[in-house]
Design a protein around this ligand. Structure first.
Ligand code: CP
Length: 312
């Protein structure tokens, strides 16, 4: 695997190999010295044109746990303000020795453009491009579901996953639908009609506008953040109305089967799409998702850099 650009690019075997590798690498996290020498001498560059807490820091932790050197670039405070392009910024990082570029960018397709442009020889990992894809988030979501509902191995065959909220602007929803269905899960999207993307019929999932209808047979509910920063129009009458129809509170959570779990990719709008009581409650795996993100990103870095070594 030279690049990781899209969850849709992963077939079942490739996805399971990444999850199994992450499972093995997770044991490093439990050690007193959280380091393996695997990527010693390699350099990972985090190239973040958009804000991030979880993804940027977990790629950094993942690279360091594998003994790689890490260069971190954030657009704020950089020469992007002087008009420097993605191409020149990536060339600059490669000139400093980066073999992998982890890219987050506001433009959908930016990671693919960088990977396929021929500008650089480094591998590219998509850490979120516009409203398009966020493949490592999908991998850590699949990992977390597998850990809690499938005993930490195998695929997600028959698992019923409900993804709720701002589907229109969500790169997480796109990547999750692609990867979870590749692994055998059945996905239902729940959103107000205004937040359902055009062309959703071609996604391999069901769509409903009624959250309550989807609760009783769900194994997992993934709540999505309302991405106000990407909204240039009024997509719903008010925050209160949105929460009433599409928010997860304790009353709704009580309608879920006893074993059902609640996920959220973060950052959360507490009180909007999820109440604090549910976010901090016994079903919530939101902190587990963050912890698993480090192991999954270790596995992705390992796979990408191994393929580069094989090619060499
Ligand atoms: N889930 C996610 O991508 O979070 P960050 O924006 O904090 O990286």
């Amino acid at each position: 695997m030279k690049h990781l650009l899209s969850a849709a690019d992963l077939d079942r075997e490739e996805a399971l190999t990444l999850l199994d590798t992450a499972e093995e690498l997770a044991s490093v996290t439990d050690r007193a010295v959280k380091k393996l020498p695997t990527l010693r001498g390699r350099t990972v560059a985090n190239l973040f044109f958009e804000d991030s807490t979880r993804t940027r820091l977990s790629f950094e932790a993942a690279a360091k746990r594998l003994s790689a050197d890490v260069i971190t670039f954030t657009a704020k405070g950089s020469s992007v303000s002087k008009g420097e392009t993605l191409k020149d910024t990536a060339l600059t990082l490669e000139a400093m020795g980066a073999q992998v570029i982890v890219l987050r960018h506001h433009a959908s397709g930016a990671a693919q453009r960088l990977a396929e442009s021929g500008w650089i020889g480094a591998s590219v990992i998509n850490a979120g491009d516009g409203t398009h894809e966020h493949p490592t988030q999908a991998l850590l979501d699949a990992y977390t579901l597998r850990q809690h509902l499938r005993g930490g191995s195998g695929d997600l065959q028959g698992l019923r996953v409900v993804i709720v909220g701002d589907i229109l602007h969500s790169r997480v929803a796109r990547s999750d639908v692609a990867l979870l269905t590749t692994l055998g899960a059945r996905v239902t999207l729940v959103a107000p009609p205004t937040l359902v993307p055009v062309g959703v019929e071609s996604w391999n999932c069901d769509v409903t506008f009624d959250f309550d209808d989807a609760l009783s047979d769900a194994d997992a509910v993934m709540m999505l953040r309302v991405q106000s920063e990407r909204m240039n129009a009024a997509y719903f009458p008010s925050a209160h109305e949105y929460s009433r129809r599409y928010g997860l509170d304790s009353m709704r959570a009580a309608q879920l089967p006893d074993h059902a779990v609640v996920l959220h990719p973060g950052p959360m709008n507490r009180g909007m799409e999820i109440t604090a009581e549910v976010a901090d409650g016994h079903r919530a795996l939101i902190v587990d998702q963050v912890a698993n993100g480090v192991s999954v990103r270790m596995a992705v870095l390992y796979q990408v850099l191994s393929s580069e070594e094989g090619a060499a």
